[in-house]
Design a protein around this ligand. Sequence first.
Ligand code: ATP
Ligand code: MG
Length: 419
Amino acid sequence: VQVEIITIGYEVLSGRTLDSNSAFLARALEEASVQVGWHATVGDAPERIAEALRHALARADAVILTGGLGPTPDDVTRKAVATVLKRPLQLDEEVVASIRERAKKIGRKLPASVETQALIPRGAQAMPNPVGTAPALLIIQDDKPIFMLPGVPHEMEALATQYVVPYLRERTGRHVRSFTLRTAGVFESQLHEKIAKLPQGWPGASLAYLPSFQGVDLRVTVASGDGEHVHQVATKARQQLLERVGSVVYAEGTTSMEEVVGELLAGRGLKIATAESCTGGLLAKRFTDVAGSSRYFERGFVTYSNESKLAELGVEAADLKAHGAVSAPVAEQLARGAREQAGVEIGVGITGVAGPEGGTPEKPVGTVFISVASPGGESVRRFRFTGSRAIVRERSAQAALDLVRRHVLGLPLDPTLDG
Ligand code: ATP
Ligand code: MG
């Protein structure tokens, strides 16, 4: 089964709204082993929607449309679909009733125009929307399912998760298995050098390198053969990858670095405090993005000025003067200061030049020192990150988390693929 996703709306077409609906659907379908063959985006124009749907029906086995299901005159998806499929719009009494029901429940009088949402193409099946008024619609045309979903992302996501993904998963008989290994601290090219021609020994499998500011994810998809074959190839691929590059793998699937580090700290009953300069609190944000982080995250200091480094964390004025705020001794004293001030086991310090200004020949933009202090000892590393200010900050926070992870696990602090 090959699915085509059509997103509808001028705001998406023009780029003012990022097309997160396609991304969500494609990801959810991939996880369910349903292949997405095409994405299309059109404006709120009936003739364009009609054209996109005709193309989709000519090449895909199933179509999902999102957007333009609302009650306002610019929402024309239902009309366009009705025209293409030659199924006139009809008032669906059940949908009318559920719209009224919902209005009553939220205690608001909805305008009568809302009821135009109950005008649906003949033969369409309406699936109630748990978080909004526009129902999801399903039409089977020549054996091909066509779904229509509202454009509002959280409504679309709820309906897709509840109806569309399970429905399409059910219809695909293909055996597909995929897994993701998440690496940090090494380049794509370094991974590639190590992995080399391994994938050639995995029949029916493909390997994708997915780089981001957090690191490089390795995603393997095995998509041909029977269930047993697919399972064997996936198992072998995972094993071989871990043998070659396991030393830089911090997680599998979609687990984040902050979740990994958090579990590690919680599991060992360790508490942590952060002292940040160039990241301005980003590391503390990453830690506290995780529900339950109060078990191990004690506090975060954002000591941006030199004065605050002295006053809050006991950084030595002499060291600031001799080495500068961006230096190994200052990073170490930030980590130590955070640990002592908070009275916790682990302190982390970050200081660097995020840019775009402030670089020098000795400390160019992207130079960042990160230190971890714990009862087991102290460590500091110097990094040189590339990219914009925002990217340098993202990379710094990720490197700090990985440094904590390595420190706690007693791994080499420098991510390496040797040995
Ligand atoms: P409504 O009943 O709210 O009118 P609708 O089905 O008509 O729902 P749209 O009017 O197309 O949906 O879009 C509603 C909101 O959802 C808009 O804020 C729009 O920016 C957003 N949206 C629509 N399509 C997408 C998309 N593909 N990705 C992300 N956001 C989207
Ligand atoms: Mg709308």
